[in-house]
Design a protein around this ligand. Sequence first.
Ligand SMILES: Nc1ncnc2c1ncn2[C@@H]1O[C@H](COP(=O)(O)OP(=O)(O)OP(=O)(O)O)[C@@H](O)[C@H]1O
Ligand SMILES: [Mg+2]
Length: 579
Amino acid sequence: MIKNKTLKLILSEVKPYRTRFTVTGVLILLLSSIVWVRPALIQHAVDVEMANGDYEGMLKVFIAIVGVLLLEALLKYRVVYLANWVALSVSLNLRTKLFRHLMAFRLRFYDKTPVGKLVTRLVSDVDGIANVFSNGLLNAIGDILTLVVVLIAMLVIDLQLTFFVILPIPILLVATRIFQIHIKKSFADVRNQVSNMNEFVQEHVTGMHIVQAYTRERVEEEKFSDLNKKHQDANVSSIKAFSIFFPVVEMLSATSVALLLWLGIGGVVEGDITLGVVLQFVLYVFMLYRPIRQLADRFNVLQMGIINAERVFNLLLENESVTDEGTNSDVTFEGKIEFEDVWFSYEDTKSPESWVLKGVSFTIEPGETVAFVGSTGAGKSSIIGLLSRFYDFQKGMIRIDGVDIREIPLKNLRANVGVVQQEVFLMSDTLRANVSLHDGGISDDEILAAAETVGAAEFISKYPEGLDLDVRERGAMLSVGQRQLIAFMRAYVAKPRILILDEATSSIDSESERLIQKATASITKGRTSLIVAHRLSTIRYSDKICVVKDGVIVESGTHEELVKKKGVYHSSFFLYPVD
Ligand SMILES: Nc1ncnc2c1ncn2[C@@H]1O[C@H](COP(=O)(O)OP(=O)(O)OP(=O)(O)O)[C@@H](O)[C@H]1O
Ligand SMILES: [Mg+2]
């Protein structure tokens, strides 16, 4: 039931290429329907031309055979080419669609989905679906038709001989079925193990420094060997099935030929049957066994395709996208921000423990810089993350310039709310691309001006490549402070009206500290800014401070007010003398 639905979904992927798909189908049918011709010509050559000693006639038949061979070759070439063309187009299309779909997903989805799993879906599972078109569906139909055509050809010539020749076929069918059941399970195992391996390798490459720092190499190696062994076992089990199945097919087809020769030669001696017919039958026997053997394989491709398709289409059907139903594009982003009794949980379960924010309220006037302070896990990053709608809150209200942020089109919102995250992520690309994010509207001059403003010009000038500097994967080439400066440049060139800045917690040297402080000052100038601050220098500099504790704002005011109040801020955060 489910399978039929999935098969329909798979077939719907071929719609844009239906002409080529249909042509492929027609060619396969054509190819299957002429399989009987060559053996028939050979029979004619032996029984008529050779028996009569007619060399000219033999030459004619020979030319005809070559002609049929050429036609078959030509058809096969077109079929292989077209079928693969369709398959590749389907996978290209499906991959693009899947990737686009994934990009709209809310971050919550990525919090709980291993990267390796998505890589498997996008790469090998899509290939599995494409195989249905290059190697599965039409070829299976072609194989079945070949079977039917050959059987009819045999029956027309000699009923009795056909009966004996196909005696071993029921055994073959049973063997095929057993093989198919077995192989299906081991193929699914193989796929699962590949997915597990992808996941493991991806996680360990990303976290290699942890593995090395804690000298976990041996333990991780053991875990990997274990996975590797399971992968091998799954493969071995499928190979075992193949290595039993193929000899069985060989034996059965040899039995058919033996039966045929025994009866046939007897018939020739008796004069009931001609030598040409015996030859013709031998060729037909081979034509009969090949598609049966291949069918098992085709069904596997189909079955794997269905398994892969179930996974891929489930992902496509999964609706984790951020709702983007806002139509109010009048907001000018003056920068007034209001949080009104905001409740938020990363999970759907509304259990009391799952609330990360429990009624957060505050107001920020346009142009103000507000610092959020609080101990680790208090909810600071969570508060500011809600503003660009990386996550959606469950209760309460967030407004920008008096408008519910859910009514603002996501594109508008995100274009006007710039984010510098706690953990800076750099792509394995050039410095230029990491700042402009491939926005062609941002010129090199602008990027350099941004570098000047945030104080990154000095370190950039040390690299002869300049903006062409390849920062490698995740910015491995650069220091934490330098990465932070690049993130500042990124936000600066985007010219957002509202800025969110999540200061890195990692301690940096005083020189970088000075640079970052300067950068913070220049980037927050003239725009409403929400800063999660860990450094007193930043805290002191802001217009207002909100102290976050266990998901609520427990105190707010200016530095002086809070110090005077002698509350949480004074006891926990204000540990440094006022300079
Ligand atoms: N993506 C997430 N999924 C589920 N829970 C999360 C997620 N991110 C944070 N949390 C939880 O939400 C709570 C608040 O986390 P948050 O990141 O807002 O803290 P923070 O105040 O920014 O801390 P820090 O100063 O360490 O950055 C924590 O208990 C944390 O475990
Ligand atoms: Mg944080």
